[in-house]
Ligand binder design. Sequence first.
Ligand code: NDP
Length: 262
Amino acid sequence: MDLQLKDRTVVVTGASSGVGLATARYLLSEGARVAACARDAGRLSAAFDEFSWADKDAVYLASCDVTDQDATNSFIAGTLDRFGAVDGLVCNAGRSLMATLQDTTDQQLRDEFSLKIFGVLNMVRSARSALNASPHGSVVNVNAILSRQPELRLAATSAARAALLNLTHSLAEDLATEGTRVNSVLLGLVDTGQWRRRFEEAGSELDYEAWSAEIAANRGIKLGRFGTAEEVAFHIVSLLSPLSGYTTGATIDVGGGVGRYV
Ligand code: NDP
C-alpha cells in the first residue's frame, strides 16, 4: 500500500536507537525525508550509518535536547533550511525512571515532567507554523500504557505520562483548527536499548530471551513477549500517513494486551 509519504518531511526526536531509529528506517523506506535528533550527535550519526541504502539527501541529523526550547527552535530552523517543510513530527525522545514514589526525589520528579511535557511542547511550538502550512500536518506522540495504568515501580514516569496524554488531547483540539492532527501511540514493553541496558545492569543468569519472557509473564503481557521497535514504528508511520486523515486525538495501544482498562 502506498502510504503517500514520499518526499514528505518528518521530524523524529530520539532517533539514535529503538523506536525512533525504527521509525526513521520505515519512513526512509517509504521515500520520506527524515530530520532526526538526539542529544549525542556521534551516536545518532553512527546509528544512521545503517541507512547507506537510503538517499543521503533525504536525511538531516542534528544534536538537540528536546527540553531546551532554543535547541528545538534551531533544529526546526535547520530542518526548514534543508527541506523547506515539516509535514510530520514524531515526539519520541524519552526514558523512564524505575523508582517508587518513596525512592523518587523532587528533582527527579521535576525532570520526568520536564522531559515528558516540554520534550513535546517545545517541539510542537517550534514546528507548529510549518506543520500548519503542510496539507497533511501530523504529530505522533510516543507515550506509554502507564499513562492510563500507573505502576508504583515507575511512579514518577506514570504520572508524567498521564500528564502528556492529557496534554495531547488539548493539542489535538488546538491544532485541529489549523488542520494538523495529533495522536498517541501507547507502548507496553518494547525491546530497545532501554531494556538491553536493564538486562546488563540486572546481571541475570538467564539469557536475554528468557529474562524478558519472565518479565513479560510477571507483568501479565497476554502475548508473552516484549514488542519490537518495528511493531511500534508501523503504527507511528500509519498515523503520519495522509490515509489517516480523519484520525486525531486518538491513541493506539502497542502492548501485547497488557492494558487492562476498557
Ligand atoms: P531508547 O532508550 O532506545 O532511545 C531513546 C532515544 O531518546 C535516544 O535516541 C536518546 O538519545 C533520545 N533522548 C533521550 N532524552 C533526550 C532528550 N532530552 N532530547 C533528545 N533526545 C533524547 O528508547 P526507546 O526506543 O525504548 O523509547 C522510545 C520512547 O518510548 C521513549 O519516550 C520511551 O520513554 C517510550 N517508552 C518506551 C518503552 C519501552 O519498553 N521501550 C515503554 C514505554 C514508553 P540521547 O540519549 O543521545 O539523547
